[in-house]
Write a protein that binds this ligand. Structure first.
Ligand code: ZN
Length: 223
């Protein structure tokens, strides 16, 4: 029975007004990174929608670590949501996709918050491209609040066929490439664990100059 295989388009709808960046599927192994709040999830959901509205089936993944929208949900700031498969560090994404693909053809795989992938998982994603010939699009942050590469991001930078930058701007108007972590009082935090989701800390995208100065808002007089 292959008739019931096609997924109906869900309530996911394309956002109005474009996120300021580089659209679309870029072939196998594409990867898009940016600073925080640059519209990564919005872009992911838009690309996913483009497949689904053509009747094609996709698989979405989101790390279990990020359950801000509820486990297994990818959510954008524009209010668009889609269900996703939650994964943890020891899940074999190749196996999951291969099994689903056998039942019913998968046209594209999307991974949100791809910075949380392990090195091994990035390699398994490349196997999805190379052996199943399904494009995989990963969206995530390049660096953490200390300016260090995440494990998944470092591996993707080395292994992806294509890297695209999603542009967002600092309060000064420069391109924002870095992320500041702020505590409850709005004070910049420089020490701590790399992964800290679900607490009261906030993250702000800034340019490198304002990252160094630790100035998250537009009250900086010396810029
Ligand atoms: Zn700046």
């Amino acid at each position: 029975m292959s008739g019931g295989c096609r997924q109906k388009p869900t309530s996911v709808r394309p956002p109005n007004g474009g996120p300021q960046w580089n659209p679309g599927p870029s072939g196998p192994g594409g990867r898009q990174y940016s600073a925080m709040n640059a519209g990564k999830s919005t872009n992911l959901l838009q690309s996913d929608y483009n497949y689904r509205e053509r009747g094609m089936r996709t698989l979405l993944f989101t790390p279990k670590i990020d359950n801000r929208a509820g486990e297994g949900i990818i959510s954008s700031r524009l209010g668009v949501q889609a269900p996703a498969i939650p994964f943890s560090a020891d899940d074999d994404l190749f196996l999951i996709v291969a099994t689903a693909h056998k039942e019913c053809e998968i046209s594209c795989v999307f991974v949100d918050e791809a910075q949380f992938l392990t090195r091994w998982q990035v390699h398994r994603l490349s196997d999805i491209c190379d052996y199943l010939e399904i494009p995989v699009l990963c969206y995530g942050l390049r660096t953490d609040f200390q300016g260090n590469l995440f494990e998944g991001s470092a591996e993707l930078l080395g292994w992806a066929d294509k890297i695209s930058e999603i542009k967002t701007i600092c309060h000064c108007g420069r391109k924002a490439t870095m992320v500041l972590r702020l505590n409850e009082q709005g004070i910049v935090v420089r020490e701590g664990d790399q992964v800290q989701i679900g607490d009261n800390d906030r993250y702000v995208s800034v340019c490198r100059v304002h990252f160094k100065r630790g100035v998250p808002k537009a009250f900086d007089q010396s810029r």
